[in-house]
Design a protein. Structure first.
Ligand code: ASP
Length: 718
């Protein structure tokens, strides 16, 4: 009997420790918070100081932000690893039908062969400092909420500007941690010369394409090696032959033995945006406006790009990057729409708010302070709902139509150049205007009338169903008869007869005043003049809405803290964060369980479908010949390819290093499961799973498919 009891206790405690071990927590922790975590208990075998040490060297010195992604140094010569999809723009940019690195992959066998990745910039976090008091002091006494909002943004820019140190390649940014409540100044070292070192063929780096994007089980070799270069004196410099590889303070040690199910892992990275602290109306806005509108528009735009580039390899390469990013957002939004419904998130949030409202009403003091909070939030969101369709429409129209955006720029420029420098919008200030002009002129390389024709038609067509409060006046004024479609086609033809598509016209018009431009009687410019009037009204309303929310959100957070007696981690805001968890499967649907490690066998299985699943012959041959080298894993029963874990990540964590208990690199994060796309709004261990490429697959591909022995040597992997 006694033995049975002991066994039972042992069994229960083992089970308990197993489930404790594998439960991760919601949280993308800022560096200032990680000392408070009990990471050792979760499995970490190094000190917190080894991860982050403001007075010395630590793992975070090996971390980089690379454009919108994360990456990490993996050698003392500035070698970095990130995702293939993060380097995609750089690879497609240097690819041509003759030298198609995107299709075939790229390897530089020596430093000289490395290719510059145009427009790639690396940032390394140097330090941070709380500047809340200074920011909030600067807006004391400002009653108008839109003005307050503007004043906060202005102060944030001012503090950042005065912290910049160009001579030492330091840029600065003030980031809002909690809306209206806390602000931190981050200083970053920048590096402006980034080069491609090794990228696998697209059929490996993007294996499974859009079909597998945001999906588990996954078999994508989503990694690329790049290198950071600086001027001989160590400062940031644009590409030059003189530049030398950057020598980082710290680089990550690669552990070629990978991980097992149940292992502790942690991730350092630059997660972009999450929205967990927003009220239920924010979710309503997403569910009813932003997500469905954007999803259907992007799907339509992808269709246009595909049809205009059909049979034209050059155009296909040119649009590949654009299509990819549209498709990425589109599918993410589909996942979110499903998640919102499946999890009943709006109702759940509403119930939480009901409890908070009851809590407020139960206490006279709370009532005095927060009595109108929920009513105020409802009111302000109602204003946002009213203009939502118009607001989304304007932002997408001005962003994606090159003709509209060129006309908008001309009009704006003619006004801004009349102002003194300090009063101009930032893109028009003396130190920025050349760059802005260059960017605008580059649009002529991309301008495609087939696209413009179809896109403008689609945009104008959509306005027909907008609610009264979101009517697009300039469209209604022109296309309002009974024969809508015919009128629309005629009007588009008129719009496309614009001169704005001619770069000479644009260059000459730069010298004209606003009135002179308006007097040209150009149909598209006239249309944009009218659109801009309404766009500016909406921007003003939006600024007022944001300003009001900036005052209401800290109150909502305060009530939550009082009621739940907890503190919160701030939403992701593109600043450096740590998250931890375990290699762990999950149940995405009734009666389905997903294991957390995929293998090369799965690639071969999928490859029979061809298309996005086709693989290079070399991979098939290596598989048939069992050429697995040291990367075969007995437990997994093959070469591990991708891993799944319950950390808390989002967009921007792409390329983040996945580290084991000792802080060694065992994989590169690149995605989340479809069910986890909703974790931008609500994280839960039941469905929040991130996806990474296993380091063993990275090394196997680099060696076996890429013959990149030079890279493996540099990593110190035999
Ligand atoms: N695939 C994502 C990205 O592009 C990563 C994520 O959202 O989890 O950043």
């Amino acid at each position: 009997m006694k033995t049975v009891r002991i066994l039972l206790i042992l069994f229960l405690s083992l089970n308990l420790s197993a489930s404790l071990r594998y439960d991760a927590e919601e949280g993308m922790y800022p560096l200032s918070e990680i000392q408070k975590l009990n990471l050792q208990q979760a499995g970490l075998q190094i000190g917190i100081n080894d991860i982050y040490n403001p007075n010395g060297v630590s793992l975070i010195d090996a971390l980089v932000k690379i454009n919108g992604c994360t990456g990490s140094f993996v050698s003392d010569k500035g070698l970095m690893i990130t995702n293939h999809h993060c380097a995609f723009g750089a690879i497609s940019n240097v690819s041509t039908p003759e030298k198609n690195y995107l299709e075939n992959g790229f390897l530089a066998e020596s430093f000289e062969e490395e290719i510059p990745a145009k427009n790639y910039v690396v940032r390394i976090t140097e330090s941070y400092e709380d500047v809340t008091a200074e920011i909030l002091k600067s807006v004391e006494g400002i009653e108008d909420l839109s003005e307050r909002n503007k004043a906060i943004s202005k102060k944030m820019r001012e503090i950042a500007k005065s912290a910049e140190d160009e001579a030492n390649s330091i840029v600065a940014e003030v980031s809002e941690m909690f809306a209206g409540e806390s602000y931190v100044l981050f200083k970053y070292r920048i590096i402006k010369d980034v080069r491609l070192v090794y990228a696998p063929p697209r059929s490996i780096g993007e294996f499974g394409g859009e079909a597998d994007n945001w999906i588990w089980p996954r078999h994508t070799g989503d990694f690329t090696f790049m290198r950071a270069y600086v001027a001989p004196d160590g400062s940031a410099a644009e590409y030059s032959e003189e530049n030398i590889p950057y020598s980082p303070k710290k680089y990550l040690k690669v552990n070629p033995n990978g991980v097992d199910e149940g292992d502790f892992v942690f991730i350092l990275g630059y997660p972009g945006r999450t929205f967990r602290h927003n009220p239920s109306q924010f979710l309503e806005y997403q569910e009813n406006f932003n997500l469905p509108y954007t999803e259907q528009l992007y799907s339509y735009m992808i269709g246009i790009y595909e049809s205009i580039s059909e049979g034209n390899e050059e155009l296909q390469i040119k649009y590949s990057s654009r299509i990819k990013s549209l498709a990425n957002v589109m599918k993410n939004y589909r996942g979110k729409m499903l998640g919102l419904r499946r999890l009943n998130l709006v109702e759940k949030k509403q119930s939480e708010e009901k409890i908070l409202a009851e809590f407020i009403n139960s206490d006279e003091n709370l009532k005095k302070k927060f009595g109108t909070l929920f009513k105020d939030i409802e009111e302000v969101y109602q204003k946002r709902f009213d203009i939502a369709e118009a607001d989304l429409w304007f932002s997408r129209f001005f962003r994606f139509s090159d003709l509209v955006s060129l006309a908008d720029f001309l009009l704006e420029y003619s006004n801004q150049k009349e102002l003194i420098n300090s009063e101009r919008k930032s893109a028009f200030k003396e130190d920025k205007i050349e760059e802005t002009l260059d960017r605008m002129k580059k649009k002529y390389e991309d301008l495609n009338y087939d696209f413009e024709d179809e896109f403008i038609y689609k945009m104008l067509y959509d306005t027909e169903t907008f609610s009264e409060t979101s009517t697009i006046k300039a469209v209604k004024a022109r296309v309002n008869g009974t024969n809508f479609e015919e009128e629309l086609s005629n009007y588009i033809e008129e719009l496309l007869s614009t001169e704005i598509g001619n770069p000479d016209f644009f260059n000459k018009a730069l010298d004209l005043s606003y009135d002179e431009i308006s007097d040209l009687n150009d149909p598209l410019i006239d249309f944009v003049v009218e659109l801009k009037k309404q766009k500016e009204e909406i921007e003003k309303l939006e600024s007022n809405i944001s300003g009001t929310l900036q005052v209401l959100m800290p109150k909502l957070a305060e009530v939550k803290k009082l009621k739940n007696k907890t503190t919160f981690t701030p939403d992701a805001n593109s600043t450096l964060r740590l998250t931890y968890g375990f290699i762990k499967g999950y149940e995405p649907a009734d009666a389905v369980f997903y294991k957390p490690i995929t293998t090369l066998d799965g690639i071969i299985e999928k490859s029979f479908m061809g298309g996005e699943y086709a693989v290079p012959d070399k991979l098939k041959t290596a598989y048939q010949q069992k050429d697995f080298g040291r990367f075969y894993d007995e437990k997994a029963g093959g070469v591990p390819v991708a891993i799944l874990y319950n950390t808390d990540t989002t967009g921007g964590n792409s390329g983040s290093p996945i580290l084991n208990a000792k802080g060694e690199l065992i994989g590169v994060n690149f995605d989340r499961a479809f069910e986890a796309t909703i974790n931008d709004f609500a994280w839960d261990d039941a469905y929040s799973r991130s996806i990474g490429v296993d380091i063993r697959y990275v090394l196997w591909v680099a060696k076996t498919i890429g013959n990149a022995d030079n890279v493996l040597n540099e990593l110190g992997v035999k």
